[in-house]
Structure formats: structure tokens, C-alpha cells
Design a binder for this molecule. Structure first.
Ligand code: BGC
Length: 452
């Protein structure tokens, strides 16, 4: 006969199983660093690798760039248009900015409709802020998807991520698509001078005022990083003697050499890009809530949680019913009776015991802890690739809501970094590089305009 009420043994056993499933041992982390080196090297030489290591054709700024520039930022559910002023002394100021929600049907419709949408937003920004249409404005396009560039002002989309599927964009030059859409809308006052990934913008924005910054990281809807590499270490550029440096967009969200669970595989199979971006799906804000929801539904079905709420499964049945922001609220509940979790659940129509709430909090902790651990390990890998003995001081510019807003996320990252690097971790600091992608894009536009 089926047992309706599980013993505590069952409940404990299941949660211990989950804890182990999502735990990262030191051996796992050190193995991941080695695998990162391996794939970095493969990606830089153009060999087989899960890290694309995409050249950006930009180096760090000198801090003396100046002027006014427009910047576009497309990479998630919102599209931003900004006007940024650079003072030539390391200060970038956002003068105007507008944010537009990208409707799902635009993200997943045709490429022409997506770029037309961008052009309409740009038009309304120009009108609202009284830009003169009879002069030319240099614009940088932050396009936060994997793009193969051969120059700073053009690049071909390799493949969509983060839920975008717009047709007829993959394999095309996204600057051409933007220019075509601007022309269709009779916007003639814009010259697109630079195309950049958001990580590159973040690194450039931070390094504009801080020369110790050589790594830019995004921990938000998606995740990725870029760092500064010597040309001579990028065999696929076929310029072995070039003395300079270039920023490399790693596309670490696609890193595949990492142990995953059955829940990760289910999430991946149900996504719009199965098999791709496995690391991003374990780390970033777009997926953590969904991953936790899947584990939770399994726990409810096994009757180890919310037993007093018979229809709890129904409440979490649909995708999107547990968000990463909810997990942050759950983990941040420090009240004695876990009252915030209680009201969150009650709003969903779920009655819970104190034990249920404790388990839910623990579950969120397993999954966000693994994400933070993977993020910190990836950072350790890239910094020790650049400076194996950690002799120098390194600043990491980081942006994204997961890093900025998720309760305790950066503290968890810090403790993994300490575990991996011991006292040498003191040489690494991270700063929140707010608005990095917008300001950084403007700085890249300035560098590009100056080098014409
Ligand atoms: C994209 C990257 C981007 C990252 C963060 C990923 O899905 O592939 O290009 O930098 O998200 O926005």
C-alpha cells in the first residue's frame, strides 16, 4: 500500500540526497579550474572547446577618452537607449536613458520585427530628448549574445541565448540589421561605430577609472565574462608577434565540463536551446528559480514537503511560478518563524509548517550556493590564467541583478574564492560595475571613433 505520510527519515534522506547532489567538493572545483584552462586554450587557438573565446577587437581604454555618445543595450527582457558623456578623466555620466520592455512575441518573432522594434524605441528616445536630426551621433551597440567579430563595428550572431529565438538573425551581421531598420524608420543621424558584448562594456567601464581591472563578469539573466589577453596568446588571430592586448569575450555560459544533476538535464531539455549554455543554466538568474521549482515539485510529489497542503503541486506546476527573486526573498528571511516565507506561500494558497519553510529555505540555499560556487570558481580560473601566482592586485568589474540583489550571493562567492585560493584571494576584489554595459559601450564608441 502507498504510504501517504512519509517518515522523517524519508524527508531527511531526500534532502540529504539533494544537498549532496548540488554540493561542490574542493576536488570538483579544482578539476573545473583545470578544465577551464584546457577549454580557454582550445578556444583561443580555434580548436575544439566549449569556450568560444571571441575576440572583441577592443583593448582597455586609457581613461582620457571624451565626448558624448549614444549607446544601446540589448540582452534580456529590457532594451535600453542611453546618452553618455565622457569627461576624459575617467568619469562617465549617463545624461539620458530610456528603458523599453521587449515583448515576448518580439523576442521570439522575426528578426526584422525585432530590429524594427529597436528602431522605434531609438526614435522615441531621440524625440523625447530633443536630439537634432541634422547632425551625426556615434553609437555603440551592446548586444549581449555570442557574436563573431572581425572588426569592432560588425559581428555575426552565432546563436541566440536567454530565451530569444527571433528568426533570420543567426548567421547575420547584427550591425547591418540595425542599420537596415534605422533606414526603414528614416533615422539618418546615427552612425554605429562599435559593437560590444555586455561583459566587454562592464570591463571597459570599470577600467576607464581603475587600471587594475582586467576581468568583466555578468551575473544576471545570463552569465559570462571577458578578460584582457595578449595578442600573442590568441593563435587563431594569426598575429603571433603583435605586441598588444585584446579583450576576449569568453562566453563562459556555454562551458560544458561541469557535473550536473538530473534536474539540470530536465531543465535543459525543456529549454529553447537544449544542449547549449549548460553552465549558464546552472548559474544565472533566468534559470535558478526554474531549477528550484522543478526540484520542489519533485519533493512535493514524493510527499516530503507541504503535506498539509494537498494541492501544493498545482501551485508550482507552471513554469515561472517560482522566480529567482522569490528564492532571494526566501533565503533572506531571518525571522524566527520564517514569516516572509509563510506569506509568500500563503499568497500562492499554500499552507506550510515551520519544517516545510525551513526545507524550502535549505533547498534554495543548495541551488544558489552551487551557482555562487561555480561563478567564483570560474573567476578564480580566469584570474589565475592571467596571473598564476596571484602576484598582482586584481579588480573584477561585475554587473547583473543576481550579483547585485540576490541575498548573500556575493558572500557565498567570496567564501568559495577563499577556499580555492587561500590568503592569495585577498589580492582579488570585486566591485559592482553599475550600468557598466551602457557606459562601457560609450567608451568603446569613443575609442573606435578616435582610431578611425
Ligand atoms: C550571452 C552572453 C552575455 C551573457 C550575459 C549570455 O546568454 O551568451 O553574450 O554576455 O548572457 O548577458
Amino acid at each position: 500500500m502507498m504510504r501517504l505520510t512519509p517518515s522523517y527519515e524519508t524527508r531527511d534522506a531526500f534532502f540529504s540526497y539533494l544537498e549532496e547532489l548540488f554540493a561542490l567538493s574542493s576536488d570538483d572545483l579544482f578539476a573545473m579550474i583545470k578544465d577551464f584552462y584546457w577549454d580557454m586554450s582550445g578556444g583561443l587557438s580555434g580548436g575544439p572547446s566549449s569556450l568560444k573565446m571571441l575576440p572583441s577587437f577592443v583593448d582597455k581604454p586609457k581613461g582620457a577618452e571624451e565626448g558624448s555618445f549614444l549607446a544601446l543595450d540589448l540582452g534580456g527582457t529590457h532594451f535600453r537607449v542611453l546618452a553618455v558623456a565622457l569627461d576624459g578623466k575617467g568619469k562617465a555620466t549617463v545624461r539620458h536613458s530610456s528603458q523599453f520592455k521587449v515583448p515576448r512575441k518580439v523576442m521570439q518573432g522575426t528578426g526584422a520585427a525585432l530590429f524594427d522594434f529597436l528602431a522605434v524605441c531609438i526614435d522615441s528616445f531621440l524625440t523625447k530628448n530633443r536630439f537634432q536630426r541634422n547632425r551625426t551621433y556615434d553609437l555603440a551597440f551592446t548586444f549581449s549574445f555570442p557574436v563573431r567579430q572581425t572588426r569592432v563595428d560588425s559581428g555575426v550572431l552565432i546563436g541566440w541565448t536567454k530565451g530569444f529565438t527571433a528568426t533570420d538573425v543567426q548567421g547575420k551581421d547584427v550591425v547591418c540589421l540595425l542599420n537596415d531598420a534605422l533606414r526603414r524608420k528614416h533615422i539618418d543621424c546615427i552612425r554605429v561605430t562599435a559593437l560590444a558584448n555586455d561583459t566587454v562594456g562592464t570591463l571597459v567601464a570599470r577600467s576607464y577609472k581603475d587600471p587594475t581591472c582586467n576581468l568583466g563578469v555578468i551575473l544576471g539573466t545570463g552569465t559570462n565574462a571577458c578578460y584582457r589577453e595578449k595578442w600573442s596568446n590568441i593563435p587563431k588571430l594569426k598575429r603571433p608577434k603583435h605586441p598588444g592586448h585584446m579583450i576576449i569575450n569568453m562566453e563562459w555560459g556555454d562551458f560544458s565540463r561541469v557535473r550536473s544533476s538530473c534536474y539540470d538535464s530536465e531543465l535543459d531539455a525543456a529549454s529553447v536551446n537544449p544542449g547549449a549554455m549548460r553552465f549558464e543554466k546552472m548559474v544565472s538568474g533566468m534559470y535558478l528559480g526554474e531549477l528550484t521549482r522543478r526540484v520542489l515539485v519533485d519533493a512535493i510529489k514524493r510527499r516530503v514537503i507541504f503535506i498539509i497542503s494537498p494541492d501544493a503541486v498545482q501551485r508550482f506546476k507552471r513554469k515561472g511560478t517560482l522566480k529567482t527573486a522569490d528564492m532571494s526573498l526566501i533565503e533572506g528571511d531571518d525571522t524566527a518563524d520564517l514569516d516572509h516565507i509563510d506569506s509568500f506561500l500563503k499568497q500562492k494558497g499554500i499552507l506550510s509548517t515551520f519544517d516545510d519553510r525551513t526545507l524550502l529555505k535549505r533547498l534554495c540555499g543548495f541551488i544558489s550556493g552551487r551557482a555562487a560556487g561555480l561563478g567564483a570558481t570560474a573567476i578564480a580560473a580566469v584570474i589565475t590564467w592571467m596571473d598564476p601566482d596571484l602576484k598582482k592586485v586584481h579588480t573584477v568589474g561585475i554587473d547583473g541583478a543576481l550579483f547585485e540583489k540576490y541575498t548573500g550571493f556575493s558572500t557565498k562567492m567570496r567564501s568559495v574564492l577563499d577556499e580555492l585560493l587561500g590568503g592569495k584571494a585577498d589580492n582579488i576584489s570585486w566591485v559592482h560595475s553599475k550600468d557598466g554595459s551602457g557606459k562601457g559601450a560609450a567608451i568603446i564608441a569613443a575609442v573606435a571613433a578616435a582610431s578611425e
